[in-house]
Design a protein around this ligand. Structure first.
Ligand SMILES: Nc1ncnc2c1ncn2[C@@H]1O[C@H](COP(=O)(O)OP(=O)(O)OP(=O)(O)O)[C@@H](O)[C@H]1O
Length: 273
């Protein structure tokens, strides 16, 4: 495995290896993403984030739930480098970042295959290699056979699979998800949750996943972070010791019911705070 590349974000000028003398296997695991008392006040005076303090370690899949307008998307934009914080620090230890939004943002004049190849094409990956990577990613999201279809001929769930495949082609180390399945019906959403859990267990990227759904957060997360209403602060950080890929029956287990009620409780408390 190659050493992580470093991307300065916010007020952080770099992310030097704190222990360059030891091999990667000897070193403790360093966070892929780290928020240190991070805050963001927009020029309008709106404080969207306050005292955000957490690390995301390699191979974690952290889900974030919180009331509407609490700053979840802003948190993700900060992690991606699109938005700069005004207080504290944010560190991101990789430049290989994947981003999936609620809107699949596909190019309507490109086929599935050519949409999936897009980011690799922009990055200058040679044609044969990007065709192979696209075929692998299309296979991973279960769209083999649909390569020549155009977005208008796909369902919402299939479009989201294409969006996922497009990011997978870049083999991201950090994968950011902004409520990707929020517009889908319940059954499609559950199926995509199952597939994402399988993809996560195969590719082992590090994930940060924003959602409004407590059930989705608990089903997918290795950790669930609960945010309070605006300004967004962290109310709870709950570990889910269940391995990936998740067994669909996990949804009907006693453990699942206990954690979802715990998360819902923190969410309600944060809402009224
Ligand atoms: N560019 C901006 N300028 C000023 N205020 C902003 C800007 N972007 C977001 N906000 C405000 O910051 C707060 C947090 O917004 P954000 O979109 O991050 O919340 P959210 O939790 O993702 O909301 P939702 O769940 O409804 O999508 C909101 O009050 C929003 O109006």
């Amino acid at each position: 495995m190659s050493a992580p590349q470093h991307l300065p974000v916010g007020r952080e000028a770099g992310y030097p290896d704190p222990d360059p003398g030891r091999s990667l296997t000897e070193r403790p695991r360093h966070p892929v993403l780290s928020f240190e008392r991070a805050g963001l006040t927009f020029p309008t005076g709106t404080t969207a984030l306050k005292d955000i303090d957490f690390d995301v370690l390699p191979g974690e899949f952290v889900t974030v739930v919180g009331p509407s307008g609490c700053g979840k998307s802003t948190l993700l934009r900060v992690a991606s480098g699109l938005q700069t914080i005004t207080d504290g620090d944010v560190r991101v230890a990789t430049e290989k970042i994947g981003y999936v939004f609620q809107d699949a943002t596909l190019l309507p004049w490109r086929s599935v295959r050519r949409n999936v190849e897009l980011l690799a094409e922009i990055a200058g990956v040679p044609a044969a290699e990007r065709a192979q990577r696209a075929a692998d990613a299309i296979d991973l999201v279960g769209l083999t056979g649909f390569e020549q279809h155009y977005p208008r001929a796909l369902s919402g769930g299939m479009r989201m699979r294409v969006s996922l495949a497009r990011s997978l082609v870049r083999d991201p180390q950090l994968f950011l998800f902004d409520e990707p399945f929020g517009a889908l019906d319940e059954i499609t959403r559950e199926r995509l949750n199952d597939e994402l859990s399988s993809i996560f267990s195969l590719r082992r990227f590090t994930g940060l996943f924003i959602t409004h759904s407590v059930a989705e957060a608990v089903y997918l997360g290795t950790r669930v972070i609960v945010m309070s209403g605006r300004p967004g602060t962290i109310r709870a950080d709950i570990r889910i010791p269940e391995s990936h890929p998740r067994d669909p029956d996990f949804r009907f287990s006693k453990e699942f019911a206990e954690v979802t009620s715990q998360v819902a409780h923190h969410l309600r408390e944060g809402h009224s705070a």
